[in-house]
Design a protein around this ligand. Structure first.
Ligand code: COA
Length: 243
């Protein structure tokens, strides 16, 4: 089902060209293209820790449980980008648990899984735009919360997600194989409302470099929330506020 059409910029051999795209709600038929695209994106990443590569089986299982995918396709019907969201319900993996949502709200959580954009098409705001397209679709089905994990080394992704009103509410190791996750990778847990931006009365504010994991953990444990990002010439910072 086509939900939007438009034009974007593609970078080829250092030159920029315009290309038509369509945004479509897709499903199982897109799985092979998603697997190929995420692998290509992963192979090109300088820091592999920022992207957890979902397998065909993981994504198929999510689709079996109702996950939704928006695919962006170019003029040759090639997949340029996708955003996929899942609905974990009361399962253990529901990130609503990490941010302290009451049990009754877990069924209303839409989990933002992976988004990838093919490198020649970066800079078209596709990560932000695909979430703008997804929000009304899931809101119309009664979902009220959005939650996701993002690496603290992924400035672009954290920034795009925070522009949708999600805030950093926890920082922990995830996706490990040991029961205590001590072999996992660092991830912010971000959460926000789908229908509105949460309003907080801010007390103290402090800027912490994204790479300073321990300090951020201490602040989050003390009740601070990560509100926005900023970067100067040398470092990326999160602005934390106490409430
Ligand atoms: C994160 C990601 C989806 C953002 O893609 P996007 O929507 O095209 O990004 P934006 O349009 O917001 O880009 C804004 C600017 O940042 C730049 N940028 C975006 N991602 C970048 C990256 N990974 N590395 C370097 N620069 C990047 C863009 O070129 C653009 O620069 P410009 O303003 O000079 O044109 C994309 O970088 C990506 O696929 N990364 C790998 C997978 C990933 O980390 N996914 C998110 C976690 S699931």
């Amino acid at each position: 089902m086509i939900i939007e059409e438009g034009r974007l910029i593609r970078e080829r051999h250092g030159a920029q060209e315009m290309e038509n795209y369509v945004a479509k709600l897709v499903s199982y038929e897109a799985l092979d293209h998603m697997v190929a695209l995420i692998q290509r994106v992963y192979d090109a990443l300088p820091n592999k820790e920022v992207l957890f590569v979902d397998s065909y089986e993981d994504m198929k299982q999510d689709l079996d449980e109702g996950a939704k995918v928006i695919g962006i396709y170019g003029e040759d019907n090639q997949m340029i980008a996708y955003r996929y969201v899942s609905f974990p319900g009361i399962q253990e993996r529901n990130l609503g648990r990490d941010v302290g949502l009451p049990e009754k709200d877990l069924e209303k959580v839409c989990q933002l899984e992976t988004t990838v954009v093919d490198p020649p098409y970066r800079g078209n705001n596709l990560q932000y735009m695909t979430l703008s397209l997804m929000k009304p679709i899931v809101a119309s089905e009664g979902y009220e919360h959005m939650a996701c994990t993002i690496s603290p080394y992924n400035y672009f992704s954290v920034n795009n997600i925070m522009r949708h009103g999600l805030k950093i509410k926890d920082l922990k190791r995830k996706y490990g194989t040991l029961p205590d996750n001590s072999d996992g990778i660092w991830r912010y847990i971000l959460h926000g409302r789908i229908d509105r931006e949460e309003v907080f009365t801010v007390d103290k504010m402090v800027n912490i470099p994204m790479m300073m994991i321990q300090k951020q953990k201490e602040l989050l444990e003390a009740g601070f929330i990560g509100h926005k990002l900023h970067r100067d010439q040398s470092l990326d910072y999160v602005q934390y506020s106490s409430l």
